[in-house]
Every structure is written in C-alpha cells, then in structure tokens.
Design a protein. Structure first.
Length: 480
C-alpha cells in the first residue's frame, strides 16, 4: 500500500538530497525511500551508530598503523568481488557514497580479472582516506594470495589523495608488504596486549629514570660481566636477517644508530657519509674507551676499519678505507693458493718489517694480525691434516712459528690451562729500539690463531707484556 503525504523541503535540504536525486533521475520519492531504507542500517553488514565528527576523527587516527582482522575484512568487502576489478570499484564507490564519506576510489589496471599490476587512487578527506587505503590494500593482498599474489610496491600520500601501487609477486613478500606500509603498529600492539604487566613495568621504569634505563641483549650483558668487549652484533644480525659481514656499510651504520640509541647505550648517533659521531653522557674514561673499542671492533667485524677519537662526551669514528685496502693487500700477498706454511711464515716476517708503510693506526694492526694468524693456522691445518684443534697441537704449531721467528718461548701445562711465555722476541727489537706496533701485530696474530682454533671455547688472559714494561710476555690459555 502506498501512502501519499505532502511535505515541505527548503532549498538547503534539496541540496543535501542531490546525490540520491541524481542516482534516481530526479525522482524525489525514490530518493526519500532510499534514505528511509538506509536509516538505522549500514552499507556494510551490521547496525550503524551516529558518531560525532571529532570522536570519529579521533577513532580513525587511533587505528592508523593497525590492520583489520581477516574475519571483519571479509564482512566489510565480499571476497568474491576480487574476480572483477571493475565490479569491485563500482561496489566500493557506491558504498562510500551511501556512507556519505565523500570518498572517491579509482582502480587502474591492465586486466579486469588477472591484473599484473594495479594502481589504487583514494581521494577525499585526509582522516578517512588512510583508513580506506588500508582496508583496500589488505583486501587486494589477502584475496590475491590464492591466485597470483599482489605485493604493495609503493604508497604515495598526497594531502587529499593516496595512491597505492601493487604488482605481481610471491606470497611471502605480498604478506610482508601489508605490514610494511600499513601495519607499523601491529607488532607493538600485539605484544602490549600479550604481556601488559611486563610492558607496563618497562615503561614505568623508563619514565621514572627519565629514559636513562639501558636495555640490551642478554649476550651483550654477559660479555660485560665477563669483562669482554660486547658488540651487540646479535641484535643487528636479527634486524638485518643476515651475518654481520654481509651487511652493506650504509645499512650497518643505520643499524648501529637504531640499536645503540634505542637500547640507550648511547645518547645519540649522527651519520656523516661513512663516519659516525657518537654522543654520550658517560663520566668514566674506562667506560668511554670500552664503548669506543666496542664500536670499532663491531665495524671491523663488518669489514671496515675506523680511526676513533674521543672527547669528554663525544666519540668520532672516521672511516679509513685506505688502511683497509693496505691490510687486505698484505693479507692477499701472504695468502696465495700455492703457499706452504713456511712460505706463509717467511712472508709474514717480511711484511712485519714493512708495517711502517701503513698509517699510524694501531687498530689497523689489530685487523692485520688477526687475519694473518688465521691464515697461518689454516695453512698448518691443511698441511698436517688437522681436523680438531686441542692445546697440544696448538702448542706444536706455535713452537714451530717461534723457532722460525727467533723467539725464545716456553709452554707449561697447569691443570687444564696452558701458560705461554715469550722471553725474547727479535722481531720487535731492532738494536736497542723496541717496536710497539710490530709487537702489537704479533700478539694479535696469536689471538687470531687462537680464535680460529677454538672460537669461543678459549679464554685468553694476559699476565705480563714487554710492551707494558715487563721483562717478558706471559699469557694463560683456558679451554671451556
């Protein structure tokens, strides 16, 4: 039954009815019926509620960086619509017109059912288009995985327009792209909800200490307790998802900045081309030296040599590729495919005498020594068929090395430990002049050999050093 009523509508109301009138070719009755039918319902399944504009804007801002759960996404947009991009576009535009979001959506694609690439443009109010772009991007990726996965390649935010570019890819990269571009807060919120008491306590402690708390990996802390140099390479490798030596220098510097700043080990890191400027608030010179050596050793593990200088509250690390090239040149000359152990040793002796050609940076000699020590052990291992190193065969190889280098030394077993003593070294003394750099390099070669043979199983403790004014060098080797 049709009931006819006469109503009066002013011009302002007629203006508001224009979208409905246009859809119904100026038919007022049809336009009014649409509004009445829509009253109390949502264009998406479920009931709608009127929300004040300020509250609505706040809610949209709060969900930015989080993703829509899959079950809700399926209710918002029917997964079957992905079969036709054209139909999807029409349906979405129709829904957002009915919602009065003032949103316009446009899809650009090369194929309606199996596109190789899609460009989505969402135009409208700034606080709405990001939410819509998130929903559409999630929808496109999720519902393309069973066919040809679409990965989000880029997102451009241009004031009242967001452009999302998708292209064919693999399932893993497609899924990761959603988190990269639209789910930045997803992991954080998930962890906060999973362990609320833990994170509440952590935040409270940081606030009470004015962010002077330090949060480090357990291995880093263990190295500190053991009086070793803690690098923090585990945190960096976990972030980079590759070994430290495979990380490009540019990325490595960014990882150092992120890990060391966020853990609050240091206050601030500035990157100047390939150089680092470290700002800290440590008062102990010993602590500053340890931080300096930690960073230089970490960068050396990455394959780069740095010259460190420090002031009261700043450490400057200057990249020295010239030193690195020289060190690599010497090591390459030392290590040839046809070399034997004796030839390696002879070349080592020759190059030790030529170390003064390298710029005066002790850390470069550390790098050289470690690499040479490793090369010597590899050659001896190959010639003698050694598969497993122990203190006995390690002692044997260094007895040979010391006799060739005219070093007077002795070894003494003390329980499970080995005491190694060098009483005279002709390499480091020329006439009455002692060469501290050659001594340092020889000592680092020993450490490099020890590390190659035993890795983390060996503990190296220096008891006496000629370079420190003692009459002999004495170290204790312990195996764990």
């Amino acid at each position: 039954m049709i009931v006819t009523k006469h109503i009066s509508i002013d011009k302002e109301c007629v203006e508001k009815l224009k979208p409905q009138l246009e859809r119904h070719n100026g038919n007022f009755s049809a336009a009014i019926r649409e509004i009445i039918d829509r009253n109390g319902k949502s264009v998406f399944p479920g009931n709608s509620s009127a929300i004040d504009t300020p509250l609505f804007k706040w809610m949209l801002a709060e969900v930015e960086g989080t993703l829509i759960p899959d079950n809700i996404l399926d209710e918002l947009i029917d997964p079957i619509l992905i079969n036709s991009i054209r139909n999807l576009e029409e349906c979405l535009n129709r829904r957002f017109i009915e919602l009065e979001w003032n949103i316009e959506i446009e899809f650009k694609y090369d194929n309606d059912t199996f596109p190789s690439g899609i460009l989505i443009e969402v135009k409208g109010e700034t606080h709405k288009i990001h939410t819509v772009a998130t929903i559409l991007s999630q929808y496109m990726v999720k519902n393309s995985l069973g066919k040809i996965p679409l990965e989000i390649m880029s997102v451009f935010n241009l004031n009242e327009c967001i452009k999302v570019e998708l292209a064919r890819s693999n399932k893993k990269d497609a899924q990761n792209s959603v988190f990269t571009f639209f789910g930045q807060r997803e992991e954080m919120i998930k962890e906060l909800n999973s362990h609320p008491d833990f994170w509440k306590s952590i935040v409270k402690r940081h606030l009470l200490s004015n962010y002077n708390m330090v949060t480090v990996h357990r291995n880093f802390f263990e190295d500190l307790l053991s009086n070793n140099i803690p690098l923090g390479e585990i945190s960096i490798e976990n972030m980079a998802k590759k070994p430290i030596q495979e990380i490009p220098l540019k990325d490595m510097l960014l990882f150092i900045k992120e890990v060391y700043e966020n853990s609050r080990i240091i206050d601030k890191v500035e990157i100047d081309n390939d150089n680092l400027v470290i700002f800290h608030s440590y008062r102990s010179n010993e602590a500053i030296e340890k931080i300096k050596k930690t960073l230089v050793t970490l960068l050396h593990a990455n394959g780069h040599l740095y010259d460190p200088k420090s002031t009261a509250n700043m450490i400057v690390l200057t990249h020295r590729p010239d030193v690195g090239i020289k060190v690599n040149e010497i090591v390459d000359n030392l290590k040839t495919s046809k070399s034997s152990f004796d030839e390696e040793l002879l070349m080592f002796m020759t190059f030790l005498k030529g170390l003064k050609n390298i710029p005066d940076i002790p850390l470069s000699f550390t790098a050289l020594g470690r690499k040479v020590g490793m090369a010597l052990m590899q050659e001896y291992e190959k010639e003698n068929g050694i598969k497993n190193w122990n203190l006995e065969n390690f002692k044997n190889v260094f007895e040979i090395i010391n006799s060739r280098l005219h070093m007077e030394s002795e070894w003494k077993q003390e329980g499970k430990n080995l005491l190694y003593t060098v009483r005279k070294c002709h390499l480091t003394t020329e006439g009455n002049k002692f060469d501290n750099y050659i001594c340092h390099t020889s000592r680092e070669a020993f450490k490099g050999a020890l590390n190659y043979a035993f890795g983390n199983r060996a503990d190296f403790e220096v008891k006496k050093l000629i370079s420190h004014g003692d009459k002999l060098c004495e170290v204790v080797i312990r195996l764990t």
